[in-house]
Each structure stands twice: as C-alpha cells, then as structure tokens.
Design a protein around this ligand. Structure first.
Ligand code: NCD
Length: 446
C-alpha cells in the first residue's frame, strides 16, 4: 500500500520502510526547497489548530507553500464555529469538502482518530491532547538520521514530562519501530510514562525500555541523544503539576556525565528546563530539529497527496521502492470497533466523552497486552481501558459475562457488528478509576 490518501493518526500508522521513504523524499525536497513549486499546485491544505502552535502549524504551512499549494487555516479554534458549539465531527465533515488534506491539533485524545473516521481526505494528527504527535516524531527521527547517519542501534534518553508529553509517546514508538534503544528518564516520579505506552512497546515491538534516574547516583547511559521536554502544565489538574524543573545547563550535563557527543534534542517550546546558554554548543540540535520540520512535512504532504510520484518516475532515484510500492503498516488498522449499549468512554479528556452527542462510542480489543488478565477493551479514540459487564453474541443470542473465559474468544473472533457490549452498573465508579490508574505514575520496576 502506498502513502497516497492515508491518514496519519499515530506513529503506528507508518512502518520503518515508509518512514525511510519520507526521509529520502525530505532529503530531496529539502536540498532544493524552491524547486518544487509545481508539485501541489491547485491543492488546498486545511490547518485546524484548537491548541496553540508555532512550529507545527507554520512548518506545515511553509511546506505546503514550498510545494506550490495553498493553505486554509484556523489558527485559533476559539475563532471558529467551535465557539458557537459546533462539534469537531461537523467541522471535519465541512472542511473535508474544502481541502485535499487536513492537519488537526485538538485538546481531546482521539480527536484525530475521529476526524480520520469522518474525512474523505487525509487527516494528519498534529497533536491530540496528551496522546500522540506523529509528525514531530518524523522530525525527531529525521534529525537523528541526519546527525548520526542512522537510527537503528542508537540509544536515546527521554527526559522531562513522559506522562503527558505526546511527543515522547510518539517518539518512543518511532524509536521502537526503527530499532533504536529507549531509556526513560522522567524528571520527577509524577512525570513517568503511562502504562498503556509501556504495554504497547512490549506488545507490538517486544521492547522493554531502560530507565535512568537523574541525580540518582547511576552513571548516565552511553547515549547518542538526550531528548528533553517541558512539563505539560496545561494537562495537569489545578495545582497537581510538579514544581518547575531546574534548568539543564552545562553544569547539570557535566554532573550527570552527559558526553559532548550526545545530541541535545527538544521538540520546543522550552519553558525554563533548557538553558539558552547551551544554544551555541554543537551538540545542541534543537533548532536544526525545528528547521527539519519543513522538508519532512513537504515530503509527507507530497506523498499523502500523491504528487511525488511523477518526480519519482522521472528519475529521483533514491529508494528502490516507488512510493506506491511501500508496504502497509505492520499491524492491521484498528477496525471500527464494537458497539456498546449504554457505555461511554469514562475518560474526561477523550473526544468520545466530550462529544458524546456526536460520536458513536466504539471499543476495540487491542492486539497487545492484557489477554493474560482477561479481555481489556480500549476506547477506539483515546485507547484507554474500559470495563464492561459482558457482551451479547448477536449470532447465537447468548450472553457472556465478564469473567467468562468464552468472552475473550467471542471478542477475538467476532466481527464488530456481531457483538453488543453491555455497560457495567452505572453506580459502579471503577471505570473512571481504571482510566485514571492507567495514567498513574509508574516506577522503574513496573
Ligand atoms: C510540542 C507539542 O505541541 O506537543 N510542540 C511541538 O509541536 N513542537 C511540545 C510541547 O508543546 O511541549
């Protein structure tokens, strides 16, 4: 399957071979950024931003401009009809009629999944709440590849807010897909990565990341890059965010034992945790990383719009695979999911919870993890666990309660329309607790 017409909701939508295709295309486009104005002439890109952005929106818009296309933008969701109460679902249905591709940033987890379900044109996730930010990962991996010549076999230490940092969640999956080693180094125990991310790394890639505790007495890992992030204060409940992080400067790096050869990466913006005094050091790659956003997004847009193919046929060389010959995702795209009677995703930051009047709840049995503890269904949108009382097998009319071993068999084998999930007793608040527990701080031994 080629990339033309595809949605990019998460890093898991791309294989390593497809990422390499994007990177080679970015090499080509970036080498002569003004030579491709014919590629997307006549195409429209809609950039819909319901959260603040500088780099992501402007680099997408610069990329579309450099391909000769045009941009329709909502830079501030509060200025759109969302302020009049329009749902995201309706916004996407409307904008899909105006544009050839949609870039969406939204505070709700699963917003891009919902948009992709409803849109006839490619949807690119530019950040859905704390969940994912896959095109930042493409910029991060492309920077590693440019600066180090490869990604496979590198060791990357991820530091800062690993709990709510969506760039970290996507990057960890991208590193796993590309065969790099991950070391988690949360800046505070309250900023440790969420359990679903660890389950996913283990289940899909068989990866168990390393851990390093800053100032915990252990030597800093032999790392090719240290990826720093700010605390995502806007995602914590009032007063729950940890104290401000001490700025990382040369003294801190020396104290930790970070070598001069270790690249410093940061998705930016920084909020005090990265000292500007480091900016002039050769190892500080974060502004080069931001600049790489344009060629990477040019490549992604050209491939999703299907306009790179002619250039390819005319002798770009590079990858032996033509864009349309790239292999599809290693794991089949999640199906539409099971319907449920009376069950709404309990997670308050999920798009299916917030837009419950517009979004039909759907639940999937993840291909990874959980089976040993019985079936754990996930919300199709935010991918957090939900509990059910049981499920009705529509073909036979039999009911399988939670705890019945035949329930897992039913869910694993039945088609989405063959089963109706039954919600637990509404007086039971364990759902909310289960969703929150999934994001509770983890220790290194978890
Ligand atoms: C990041 C984001 O929006 O998640 N910014 C970006 O796109 N480069 C990181 C952040 O806001 O901390």
């Amino acid at each position: 399957m080629g990339l033309k017409g595809r949605h990019i909701v998460g890093v898991g939508d791309l294989t390593r071979a497809e990422m390499e295709l994007i990177f080679r295309c970015a090499d080509r486009l970036g080498a002569q950024p003004r030579a491709h104005l014919h590629l997307a002439r006549g195409f429209q890109l809609a950039t819909l931003f319901f959260e603040p952005s500088t780099r992501t929106r402007l680099s997408f818009e610069a990329a579309m401009g450099r391909l000769g296309g045009q941009v329709l933008t909502v830079a501030d969701g509060a200025q759109s009809s969302a302020a009049k109460g329009e749902t995201l679902a309706d916004t996407i249905r409307v904008v899909g009629g105006y544009a050839d591709a949609i870039v969406l940033r939204h505070p709700d987890e699963g917003a891009a999944r919902l948009a992709a379900d409803l849109s006839g044109v490619p949807v690119i996730n530019a950040g859905d709440g704390a969940r994912e930010h896959p095109t930042q990962t493409l910029c991060d991996l492309y920077t590693l590849r440019r600066e180090r010549g490869r990604i496979a076999g590198l060791t990357v230490v991820l530091h800062g807010d690993l709990k709510y940092g969506r760039t970290v969640h996507s990057l960890a999956c991208g590193l796993a897909e590309c065969g790099a080693r991950i070391v988690f180094a949360p800046a505070d125990p309250a900023l440790a990565p969420p359990r679903p991310l660890l389950d996913r790394l283990r289940g899909r890639w068989g990866v168990a990341p390393g851990w390093w505790t800053p100032d915990g007495g252990e030597p800093f890992p032999d790392a090719d890059a240290l990826y720093l992030t700010r605390v995502q204060r806007e995602r914590f409940a009032d007063g729950a965010a940890p104290r401000a992080l001490a700025p990382i400067d040369r003294a801190a790096l020396d104290r930790w034992g970070v070598g001069e050869q270790t690249l410093l990466l940061h998705p930016l913006p920084r909020a005090g945790e990265l000292s500007p005094a480091l900016d002039r050091e050769p190892r500080s790659a974060y502004f080069r990383q931001a600049a790489n956003g344009v060629p990477v997004r040019m490549a992604l847009l050209a491939l999703l719009l299907g306009v790179a193919e002619e250039e390819w046929a005319n002798g770009w060389g590079g990858p032996r695979q033509s864009p349309t010959a790239a292999t599809g995702p290693a794991v089949a795209a999640v199906g539409a999911g099971f319907r449920a009677d009376g069950l709404v995703c309990p997670h308050p930051a999920c798009v299916a919870h917030r837009e419950r009047t517009a979004v039909e709840p759907r639940f999937v049995l993840p291909s990874v993890g959980g089976e040993d503890r019985g079936p754990r269904l996930h919300c199709r949108y935010c991918e957090r666990p939900v509990r059910i009382a049981g499920a009705l097998d529509r073909a036979t009319g039999s009911y399988r309660p939670a705890g019945d071993p035949r329930l897992l068999t039913l869910l694993a084998t039945a088609g989405p329309d063959d089963v109706l999930l039954i919600a637990p007793d509404p007086s039971d608040a364990r759902d909310e607790r289960a969703a929150e527990a999934a994001y509770a701080p983890l220790s290194a031994s978890a």
